[in-house]
Design a protein around this ligand. Structure first.
Ligand code: HSE
Length: 436
């Protein structure tokens, strides 16, 4: 059978890795796909740059539009990232009847509804396994492997940079900024590192996972995001002492009133497998009503791991090129006319447990005031520790773990606690999940 001609847009880390994996495993890949997959053309901003891959045999250009408009190219692999140019290129490729594979999480999270509608209209596929958790086949697991389940919730460590920072703070007592610089040097961090540390990158990925899990439209604007930049070494240590780890989690949960979509630092019990996912590794825990909890773990970034996902999509595209569009696996797992608008809850309506750290005067009645405020807001205390005052100090750190409550109640309780004359500064609050 005639080989499939692929055009790659972007020959950076993931583009280079994709070329390498396609070459290295060409024989096995062809045995799986049923046809040879040939990278006929590729675009890069700077053709003179040294690369991790051999570009021999490919026609190179600096103009990606030449490739999406080339009638001899069957499949476009979009690996340039960002939104504006990538969207134009992908929509042009679709308009030209080409199949598309992309690793672009921002593009899918922000413009996926439009892109998929166009793809369905033209009868082409847009696959995006590499957009979430790098090499972990989580999209395929959710879309196909768990298709018999009602997904109840999922929780993932889906930003390797953030996880690396938290792991190093805990294991080596290192400071935030110092570790971030190292993650950037390792090539894991986003071009704008605030995407990693403020939860935006994880928010993009969570948006995609939630749509596929629950059959809802992609709606990044409704995701609550909170970064890890406020986490101090003290919180990391206190959490450890109480038997918890702090992980930056993306959480999607279906409740009776709507869907919780949130990214924030979270205390989770140390004994959970996911609490032990360290460094740049990613993991996603998915709970289905039939299967129960399932855990997917692996490299969330890097040339070869991300290429593994890109190439798997290429194989799927090639296999499906001959079957009619209605019989393919739908982009968001559910048939396009079966996507439903379940409300996404505002963050003050989420329900979770909390870790609170406050600085209070070390004198009788102070803790009683704090616990009275929590009781008034129907918040039950799970554990409480008060540290020794430092020499010469009259103030002490107090750490409280609470049971689950509505965020709205907690906001009100924190405001009341901060108003106490005996409590100074802000109350540090980290949400807590048992993931049981
Ligand atoms: N910046 C991302 C991360 C890269 O750290 O996980 C992979 O999407």
């Amino acid at each position: 059978m005639k080989p499939v001609n692929v055009g790659i847009l972007g020959l950076g880390t993931v583009g280079g890795g994709t070329v390498n994996v396609l070459k290295r495993n060409a024989e096995e890949i062809a045995r799986r796909a049923g046809r040879d997959i040939v990278v006929a053309r590729a675009s890069a901003r700077d053709l003179g740059r040294s690369r991790i891959c051999d570009t021999q045999g490919m026609a190179l250009t600096t103009d990606p539009f030449e490739i999406v408009n080339d009638p001899d190219i069957d499949v476009i692999v979009e690996l340039i990232g960002g939104c504006d140019l990538a969207k134009q290129l992908v929509l042009t490729a679709i308009a030209n009847g080409k199949q598309v594979v992309t690793a672009n999480k921002a593009l899918i999270a922000l413009h996926g509804n439009e892109v998929f509608a166009e793809a369905s209209r033209k009868g082409v596929m847009v696959l995006f396994e590499a957009a979430v958790a790098g090499g972990i086949p989580i999209i395929k697991a959710l879309r196909e492997g768990l298709a018999g389940n009602r997904i109840q919730w999922l929780a993932g460590i889906i930003n390797g940079t953030g996880n690396y920072i938290l792991s190093e703070m805990r294991d080596k007592g290192r400071d935030f900024d110092d570790v971030l610089k190292e993650a950037q040097a390792l090539g894991y961090a986003e071009a704008d590192p605030s995407f990693d540390v403020e939860g935006i990158d994880a928010g993009h990925k969570l948006t995609i996972l939630a749509s596929i899990a629950f059959g809802i439209p992609l709606q990044f604007d409704k995701v609550y995001t909170e970064g890890i930049s406020q986490i101090t070494r003290l919180d990391v240590e206190y959490a450890e002492a109480l038997g918890y780890r702090i992980k930056n989690l993306g959480i999607a949960r279906k409740t009776e009133t709507g869907i919780e979509l949130r990214v924030h630092p979270t205390l989770i019990p140390k004994r959970r497998l996911i609490a032990n996912v360290d460094g740049v590794m990613n993991a996603v825990l998915v709970c289905g009503d039939a299967v129960g909890p399932t855990l997917y773990y692996g490299a969330g970034a890097g040339a070869d791991p991300t290429a593994s996902a890109v190439v798997a999509d290429l194989v799927d595209v090639v296999r499906a090129m001959t079957c009619d569009p209605e019989n393919r696996v739908p982009h968001l797992a559910f048939q396009p006319d079966a996507i439903v608008d379940i409300p996404v809850l505002p963050v003050d309506r989420i329900e979770t447990a909390y870790y609170l750290r406050l600085t209070a005067e070390d004198k009788p009645g102070v803790l009683a005031d704090v616990t009275r405020i929590l009781a008034a807001h129907h918040i039950s205390i799970e554990a409480l520790i008060q540290k020794e005052p430092a020499k010469g100090e009259i103030q002490v750190p107090v750490i409280l773990l609470t049971q689950r409550t509505l965020e709205k109640e907690m906001n009100a309780a924190i405001a009341d606690i901060e108003a106490l004359a005996t409590v100074s500064g802000k109350v540090a609050r980290i949400r807590m999940e048992t993931l049981g």
